[in-house]
Ligand binder design. Structure first.
Ligand code: NAD
Length: 540
């Protein structure tokens, strides 16, 4: 086949509204009900085979932990070995396949996700990860589809990036897949991220072992079915359901390990880095290490901020998907002149929130992911109740009798270094520090230095000098910075996402920068008419 091929220029997938009585809402809720009344089985997918190990682990919706919706078959270290062998076997053909053939598979997967699979992806995310209709739609439909379409386009941009020539010389850059196999370790909170971490590496010609979070297995199965239907060859993405720590140890000790794509908590990523470092002499090639990790994302309000926009940014930013977004607003700095107005507006909004199952679409808030998360978040709330340095001014109720429900909670911190102002809680808890208006400039250093993270942050102000000042002073305090908007909701292709410091390697998911990490360039020089005499002119 000869030709300089291109792929369509992508556009963001529009989010459906799911308005009452809409066709899309009826269709989605029908699939939800069907799935909710079944017990599905989730195998491991290794080398195109479905492996039913027989060691069954129950899958229960976080909003109804007495109800079983499925079981998954847990694997062992033998399955990790099998996955490595099948990935390396698949590599021979996959790495050699022309890029436009790869592109077709991922673009087909995007169209399937936008059509036939949309309800399945959304319903499985609503059931397994307790997301409301809208949160599921923007994640497991729109963002997932965007990752597939935009990354395919970015891949072609990378491939088109070619070097200069000099007289009589032809130069080429060849973008090769990494030598060996890659490893994707993914979080529970975004179906799109869990798909993308494996897909972005596979798109660039790599073979992948994917270990999803045990609390995202339900939608992970839908993704594997999607790959099968899109025609992804056997063994290119292998999904294993094994013990996290043991699996990582095994993989990081393998000489063909070529890279890890991680999203999850900071400490887990740091443990990966140490383990890889201690094995460095074993590898055939230096592994690529890419991780997007925790955050303690801020909202800074200037006295000129517009109170309604600020209050809306605070409640949406902090409480959507129960605050379980790495980008969720979890600390806010509000001037005393605005505080009473903003607090009252937040109280009014939050008092309207309904909490419960995603099946009832009037619920804005659903459950947190599991008992471990529930206990951790509850611990922060109980300690705040007992502390002299903090006061709970909104919410604080926790109830795990049916599901893991935590009421949106606002803590007023008297000390800006109080634990809930500086540690990642990963739940519906917003901590607020109220400052004297004239101390506006002092807030910059406080925000910049009081946590180890640097993921997202917002400034709310109407005064343009204040906006410019905050944008400059907080340059390194976040990887994604927002002006008069909540710090969540990055859109693929519009706000490439990622943070630095303890928040990650800032390789910007859903961008060409990220894809560059999964390719290894060979520079090829061809001299058209080679010299035939070794002597240079200076030799006289
Ligand atoms: P997690 O760290 O508990 O789990 C992430 C993955 O790591 C899972 O697949 C898990 O099984 C695996 N894992 C856990 N412990 C491990 C160990 N000891 N060894 C090997 N693997 C291990 O994170 P989570 O609860 O799934 O997700 C929440 C975290 O992810 C938060 O810290 C959040 O900020 C972060 N996150 C970051 C981004 C981002 O883009 N920066 C996006 C989403 C989530």
């Amino acid at each position: 086949m000869s030709g300089i091929f291109r792929v369509p220029k992508p556009q963001n997938e529009p989010a459906k509204a799911y308005a009452p009585d809409s066709k899309e809402k009826k269709s989605l809720l029908k699939v939800y009900e069907e799935l909710y009344s079944q017990i599905i089985e989730v195998p491991q997918y290794i080398g195109g085979e479905k492996i039913f190990s027989g060691e069954k682990i129950e899958i229960r919706p976080p909003h109804n932990h007495q109800h079983i919706v499925g079981i998954y078959h847990k694997g062992t270290l033998k399955d990790v070995d099998r996955a490595i062998v099948s990935a390396l076997t698949a590599r021979k053909e996959w790495a050699a396949l022309a890029w436009e053939q790869r592109a077709s598979i991922f673009l087909k997967a995007a169209d399937l996700a936008a059509g036939k699979y949309r309800d399945m992806l959304n319903a499985s995310t609503m059931i397994g990860q307790s997301k409301n209709v809208f949160q599921a739609e923007v994640d497991s439909a729109c963002e997932l589809i965007d990752f597939l379409r935009f990354n395919t386009y970015f891949m072609t941009q990378i491939y088109s990036e070619q070097p200069l020539f000099s007289e009589g010389v032809l130069n080429r850059s060849e973008y090769r897949p990494l030598e060996g196999f890659t490893y994707a370790v993914t979080p529970f909170n975004f179906t799109s991220i869990s798909m993308n971490l494996a897909a972005s590496m596979a798109l660039m010609g790599n073979v992948v072992i994917w270990k999803p979070s045990h609390t995202q297995v339900y939608s992970a199965k839908v993704i594997m079915d999607l790959w099968e239907e899109a025609g992804l060859p056997k063994g290119v993405i292998n999904m294993i359901l094994t013990d996290s720590a043991e699996t990582s140890q095994k993989i990081f000790a393998h000489p063909d390990f070529a890279g890890v794509h991680f999203t999850g908590s900071t400490r887990v990523f740091q443990s990966f880095w140490s383990e890889i470092g201690s094995n460095i002499q074993k590898y055939k090639t230096y592994p690529r290490i890419v991780g997007e990790t925790g955050g303690k994302d801020f909202i800074l309000a200037h006295p000129s901020a517009e109170p309604d926009a600020l209050a809306t940014g605070l409640v949406r930013g902090a409480f959507e998907y129960q605050g379980q977004k790495c980008s969720a607003a979890s600390r806010a700095y509000i001037p005393v002149s605005l505080w009473n107005t903003v607090m009252q507006k937040m109280k009014d909004m939050i008092s309207e929130f309904q909490i419960g199952t995603p099946a009832d679409t009037s619920n804005f808030i659903n459950a947190v992911i599991d008992k471990k998360a529930f206990d951790k978040i509850k611990g922060y709330i109980e300690r705040a109740e007992a502390s002299q340095e903090a006061e709970i001014i909104i919410g604080g109720q926790c109830n795990d009798s049916t599901g893991y429900f935590i009421y949106p909670t606002v803590i007023l911190a008297k000390n800006p270094h109080y634990e809930s102002m500086i540690e990642e809680i990963f739940g519906p808890v917003l901590s607020v520090y109220v400052y004297e208006d004239e101390k506006w400039e002092e807030m910059f250093e406080l925000i910049d230095t009081s946590t180890e993270y640097s993921l997202t942050g917002s400034v709310f102000a109407q005064d343009r000098y204040a906006i410019a000042q905050a944008t400059e002073a907080l340059k390194n305090a976040s990887g994604n910075f927002y002006i008069n908007d909540k710090p969540t909701g990055a859109v693929v292709g519009q706000q490439p996402f990622g943070g630095a410091r303890a928040s990650g390697t800032n390789d910007k998911a859903g961008s060409a920068q990220n894809l560059l990490r999964w390719t290894s360039v060979r520079s090829i020089k061809e001299t058209l008419v080679p010299s035939t005499d070794y002597k240079y002119p200076f030799l006289g």
